[in-house]
Design a protein around this ligand. Sequence first.
Ligand code: NAP
Length: 518
Amino acid sequence: MSVTPAVDAGHDPRTGERRAGLAHTTPDELAAILDRAVQAAPVVAGTAPATRAAWLDAVADGLEAHADELVAIADAETALGSPRLPGELAKAAAQARFYGSVAAEGSFVDARIDTAGGPAGVDLRRARRPVGPVAVFGASNFPFGFGVAGHDTCSALAAGCPVVVKAHPAHPELSGRLAQVVADALTSAGAPEGAFALVVGFDSGLALVDADQVAAVGFTGSQTGGMALVERAAARPRPIPVYAEMGTVNPAVVTRAGAAGRAEDIACGFVESFTLGAGQFCTKPGLLLVPAGSEIGARVADLVAERDGAHALTQGIAAAYATGRSDLEAAGARVLADGRTPGAGNAVQAVLAQVDAKALTPGSRLLEECFGPLALVVEYASDDQRDQLLTTLQPSLAAAVASGGEGDTEVACVVELLSHQVGRVVVDGWPTGVAGTWAQHHGGPWPATSRPDATSVGAAALDRFTRPVAYQDVPASALPPELTDDNPWGLPRRMDGRLQQSGDSDSDGGGGSRGGAA
Ligand code: NAP
């Protein structure tokens, strides 16, 4: 009797029609993938960062060369459309190149050498070394940015770690095709077999988290999923870190001067931001705090009522959105406006609801994410009440302040309060849209992430996949290339406390190196 293999089957969000499936990885296939990753680990770690940068350039080239095909598959599986998907692919290619450039620059290694003649009295050398194979779980809502070839994959490869990605069931065909493109690019650029692989199926994901061969997990997704993996990894005989980037309610605070001077601009910007991508952004501003008596809430409601329906990525997300709305209403939210009646498939409509400030108490459902185009508006009666609210909210990935512009004296206080609660504060802009650059931080205190010290976007994303090791009186022949006297990788290094840029004999730092701030 033949057994039909289990598959992750995609669905067209616009119609609900089932699409091609991707067969689940079998336990034997998974074991072989992990063996190859372990074999590859020392080779990837021992490859010069500049060479790994060339691998990532090849990945970026591969994404761009197959852009039309990849975007078409992504659109059929996510309905995110154009210009969103071509833009996200272009950004993913730029990200791959960026992470390579961060590796090649070398300060992420944070190499330090204290010579034997110094205060330590011994020869002490410290570097951040790659941890080994990394398991990556991407999210449904960024098929390129946080998908198979997204931030986690590229930053882990840049840091010197093999990657095994678990395909997302919301876009299986895209995951499979992206994996081919990435694997072909890496092979053509000279990366070893085992540097990258894809596994498919829920059980394969769990097996990755349990596998002895896996040294760390990068996760982007829901709080339920992230915390399940954190707990699972902690229960291993040898626990490993799970860098879970999850979903939160990101507050947007309108100051009194902002409400007085920029009401229309703020209302329009807020609606654009919270409905972007059918509200399926981890950085969606989900809670708008406005001064009592402001006209902004009513204006936002008018704009929401004119909004067209959109399609959730999956039937499950559409159903969870409907449940989330009911739960919020049960917790005290009063609906001010519904968007236009949506069409077929996984249709969702925009919603604006109002809540009383006093209902925002710790533990309330009102403080948790509702993934989709729904936002809450709350009025604060005084600055004291606003500030008290800001410390009651759950920590989040990002927050926005809509001010009255230069000279708005409320801004400094609000920014300071928010900076204790969130990973990123935006003034006179919206949190949706995250630049992947040197100074970015995309993280935050729990429940935004499982690791408040970590970011999944920006140069510091590599840090998650390295671990500092000190070598004391270790002979040169036994040192890793990061720390030998000849500095074969041309890394910036701190010699007896003084930063040396690559090529310098002695320098006080500067030059834009992260090592300069160590
Ligand atoms: P999700 O349902 O948590 O899925 C993410 C991945 O984890 C999928 O591969 C999923 O596989 C797996 N997974 C989920 N629960 C699991 C469990 N209990 N055990 C093992 N594997 C599990 O999240 P999503 O729907 O893809 O993404 C939407 C969420 O991600 C939203 O909350 C959004 O705010 C958040 N998000 C956060 C960021 C960020 O950077 N912080 C970025 C984008 C999205 P299966 O489906 O096979 O279970």
